[in-house]
Design a protein around this ligand. Structure first.
Ligand code: ATP
Length: 511
């Protein structure tokens, strides 16, 4: 998928009521988006698929809905106040702020694009005989560009890892990177900026600074003993939660990939120390299965094992998806040891130990977490589903080939004409099917146009009511993906649709 196709995804999402820029009539708010009438349904269905696969299908996982506001000490204990920051640089002429590492990475991207062009040119020239691996290994331009990329990588890493941010500024100067707005090289020093938003909370004894949570996980850690005790949970057990998180990210142009306000779906799995690697392996495999179970081509997914681990982790992997802008993280699976619970013990001065009554001993459990961005998953599905199909009659159709169980509407009810009792019968069918499915009713425009509109929002079934329907109680059912049409009895509709769109069918793929 190219950059061009990515632009199509963004404009399709807006045109068909999936995602709108926030406060658009005021020219929008950078990296903040609203979900429209179809987007909200798709998002809810993804959340449901996640929730059911985690909570309903695992008897030892329960849910939680913690607040966005938390005691400020939580973020001291978790390390977010001291360490949750990005290296930023300002351009003195445009007054615009950038992530220093992203400026460098975008510069490197130019070399990657150059290499891709060389490969495409050569592939056209050599045709079927083209050996891409050999070409990449031997072509002097490509080899030189790759060396340049590696050299920049190591300089950037050296600056970031040593904490000597002046080195990162020197790298930006050495590469001659200019501000995309002012075109100047008039940069400030690079500084670390915390990503958390803060606000004031009033209390009788004055005001205190509190934060909007930058991740949902901490709500689970601070409630772990409440849930364990009130639910009489035995290790291993998990707590799942979905909810908003906020990060003051300074990046643009990646649509809902990186937002300032987004939604996470996280699950913390509490285990006996020493068993964490078994569970890490289990969740690594199980979570990838959750993704590929949606019918996405498996080559579009890959694991990216972390080589350099965060101070609290003893293993970490990202599940990456091949977005139009390359493989990027959709989900992280982290073995977090007992770091978080021990930190909260220390800062809160309370014991957070689990009492094992078989062994008659207490200890702090280890944690394996799975953390996925709901908005990123939404983007995966949109990128994967949007297709332009060439039809036999020379026309094209835009199709959103979403997994049927996740589509905003499961069926559309379309009376052929607005008279002769057809709308009345259609309304009756709608009334019955609405008890099970989200149904779309439409009687305007030609049937062809109405089919196309449903294809574009991903509705798996269209049901057309015509004059014969009134006399013989049969309708035409049209399948989105094949455009096949069948005549069926009205009484059969519920079973036919359920067969294809039920969440049960999707969940069965996981057990
Ligand atoms: P990245 O490296 O892309 O910034 P991260 O490693 O900071 O991500 P985590 O803190 O592990 O991300 O968060 C877990 C998940 O939350 C990510 O895999 C991603 O899907 C999602 N996520 C994180 N930040 C954002 C954001 N700004 N907008 C949308 N989703 C996000």
């Amino acid at each position: 998928m190219s950059e061009e196709q990515f632009k199509n995804v963004i404009s399709h999402a807006k045109e068909y009521g999936f995602v709108f820029p926030s406060s658009e009539i005021y020219d929008g708010l950078a990296a903040v988006y609203d979900y429209g009438q179809n987007g909200v349904e798709l998002k809810k269905n993804i959340r449901d698929y996640w929730w059911k696969s985690m909570v309903q299908l695992h008897e030892n996982i329960v849910g939680l809905d913690a607040s966005i506001f938390m005691a400020p000490q939580v973020w001291k204990a978790s390390g977010h106040i001291d360490g949750f920051s990005d290296p930023m640089i300002d351009n003195k002429d445009s007054k615009k702020r950038y992530r220093a590492d992203v400026l460098v990475e975008e510069y490197q991207e130019k070399y990657r694009v150059k290499n891709q062009k060389e490969i495409e040119k050569a592939s056209k020239r050599f045709g079927a005989d083209f050996d891409e691996a050999q070409f990449v290994a031997t072509n002097p331009n490509i080899v030189r560009n790759k060396e340049k990329i590696a050299e920049i990588d190591s300089k950037l890493k050296a600056g970031l890892e040593s904490g000597d941010l002046h080195k990162v500024k020197e790298l930006i100067e050495e590469l001659g990177i200019v501000c995309p707005v002012s075109g100047s090289k008039n940069w400030t020093e690079v500084r670390q900026f915390n990503l958390m938003y803060s606000t004031q909370m009033s209390a009788t004894d004055g005001e205190s600074q509190i934060y909007l949570r930058p991740e949902t996980a901490q709500g689970i850690f601070v409630n772990y003993l409440n849930v364990q005790k009130s639910g009489r949970m035995k290790l291993p057990f998990g707590i799942a939660q979905t909810g908003k998180a906020f990060r003051n990210e300074i990046v643009a142009r990646q649509f809902i990939m990186r937002m300032k306000e987004f939604e996470q779906m996280e699950m913390q799995f509490f285990v006996k120390p020493g068993t964490e690697m078994e569970w890490y392996a289990y969740w690594k495999e199980h979570r990838l299965k959750w993704h590929t179970n949606l019918g996405t081509d498996t080559v579009k997914y890959r694991y990216h094992d972390h080589v350099k681990l965060a101070h609290y982790a003893n293993a970490a992997v990202d599940i990456e998806y091949d977005f139009p802008f390359g493989f990027k993280e959709v989900e992280g699976i982290h073995s977090r040891t007992d770091f978080d619970l021990k930190q909260h013990e220390k800062f809160a001065g309370k014991k957070l130990q689990y009492y094992d009554n078989e062994k008659n001993e207490s200890f702090v459990p280890y944690v394996v977490e799975t953390s996925i961005g709901l908005d990123r998953m939404f983007l995966v599905l949109m990128c994967n589903a949007l297709q332009e199909e060439q039809l036999e009659d020379g026309q094209t159709r835009i199709l959103l080939k979403l997994p049927p169980a996740l589509a905003p509407y499961q069926c559309a009810i379309l009376p052929l004409v607005k008279k002769d009792g057809l709308p009345e019968l259609a309304r009756k069918i709608m009334g019955d099917l609405s008890l099970d499915f989200n149904c779309y009713y439409e009687e305007k425009d030609s049937i062809g146009k109405r089919y196309r509109r449903q294809d574009a929002i991903g509705t798996p079934f269209c049901i057309t009511i015509d004059h014969d329907s009134v006399t013989n109680q049969s309708v035409t059912i049209r399948y989105r993906d094949t455009m096949e049409q069948k005549r069926v009895k009205i009484g059969e509709l519920e079973a036919i649709i359920t067969q294809e769109v039920s969440m049960k069918k999707l969940l069965k793929g996981l057990v």
